[in-house]
Design a protein around this ligand. Sequence first.
Ligand code: B12
Length: 494
Amino acid sequence: MKGTVILYQPKVDYRPYYPCFWAPLSILSVAAPLVANNFKVILLDGNLEEHEVDKGIVKENISRCICIGISCMIGGKQIERGINFSKFVKCLKPDVPVIFGGPMATVVPRTLLNSPSVDYIIRGQGEKPMLELVRALITGKSCEGIEGLMSKNGESTRPVLIDKNVFPEYPWYLLDVEKYVRQDRYIGKRVLNYTSSQGCPHKCGYCSEVSSYGCRWKAYTAKRTFEEILRLTEEYQLDGIKFYDSNFFANPKRSIEFSELLLGINRKIKWGASAHPEGIIRLQEYIVNIKESGLSRLLIGAESGSQKALDRMKKGCTLDDILFVSEICAKYCIPTAFTFIVGIPEVDDDIEKTLGMVLKMKKIWSEFDIKIHFYAPFPETPLFEEAKKHGYCSPKNIEEWSIYDYYLIQTPWLSKREEVKVRQFSDFYCDFLYPPKWFTEILARRKFSRVIYRMLRKLAEIRCKFSYYNLPLEIYWFKITTNQENFLREIDGK
Ligand code: B12
């Protein structure tokens, strides 16, 4: 072994928005070329909440440590915890280089480099630059010229994204994989997350992928993706894979080939993935086969019911496209979550039209899960400067980023009244008006509840029409009847 590298993923506050956390693919990917080149890599995942054990491991290994890498994305207090971890490391051994990477480091590198406990930033895909940096650190050679790397006083660099097929397979054995196997009600009892691509070819003005990878998309071949997930499912007795690619279906040929490979084996691996509406439209003729291959869950960024908003955010699709995709998903009974964003600058009709669109989609198939987010401007995205012109103030330093809460309204042009309306609609009323099957089955069994529901549904219609959400009798009744807080949606990913 040539020396040790510790890679750390700080805990993300995923609750109450997500039901669970998943395997830390960010540091697992970065580890792959390092272990293949004979470095000892230790992965520490803050989500496991083994903080004292983690600190003990760092203390034990610090003398042999070439450097420490920390992963970070915006939101969920990861940055605060990442900086605290780097301070802890620096207290133990001040000259150990600390490198930050991940989506946040990629978009606000200078802000992070201002911290005394951050030595380097790696922007974009971390595998190649991290290996080059580690090699430079042990040989004492200059780090200059390493693509994607930024040092305290160095020049700004472009985020890296190269062909993923050159990287070795994820070293899963570095993790206690069992701790990340999850039950997912759509995909299976033993499901693991995995990514087969990075970036996204679309230009969506709100999306962090655009600022990180500039509309580039790189993926494993269908064959490699298939072979890796086949091995994974065999080794860890999994029945499903949750792809966390930002856009799994960007290359239709790859998607078709992947599904054909799955269809050729004699066991079923269920899978879920994210799509841009265009990806599904391009695959419409093959969707039967893709579903047959195991596709059991889709997450689609529909984004808006206002064409003006879709155009402003450069979504690259029309309202008809979104409805058409809903028809496809409904026709083939593919459980789908659609996400929306309201509050795009200079668009005044997006809330009304988005709520209307959601109802149209729920009418097509009431099983659709809907989540409406409020627009949160991310640095270096195409809409960011416009948001600033309209009064948005972005966090300026690490302290401000540490308290950044993606789920709170970030933009001054959205009122409290609009917020309440959207939240109530997204979290409860859209499902109450078009309830999923499990709820209608309860009603079918209980005559009295059915009568009450019909009355309350009328009330809900009036509420949504007039945006009056005080005294939510429907919610009280729903809780008593079902013993649940809401219609239980788990929208992972984005
Ligand atoms: C899984 C996931 C989550 C999980 C958390 C992760 C986990 N382990 O449980 C959950 C569901 C909790 C989550 C939550 C959120 N997420 Co999230 N999430 C993702 C997702 C879908 C996959 C992450 C992943 O595993 N990627 C695969 C790996 C291989 O890619 P990677 O992480 O980018 O790592 C590469 C590089 O970044 C770099 N790198 C990463 N770490 C390091 C470290 C070092 C040292 C180095 C050198 C390099 C390096 O190298 C890696 C390999 O090339 C991404 C989108 C995506 N496809 O990446 C969004 C994403 C990371 N999430 C994002 C956001 C905004 C959020 C939320 C704030 C909001 C939301 N609605 O999702 C919340 C935060 C929680 C909160 N309370 O606010 C944004 C990040 C924006 C930004 N610039 O920071 C992303 C990019 C989605 C997007 N396009 O907007 N998320």
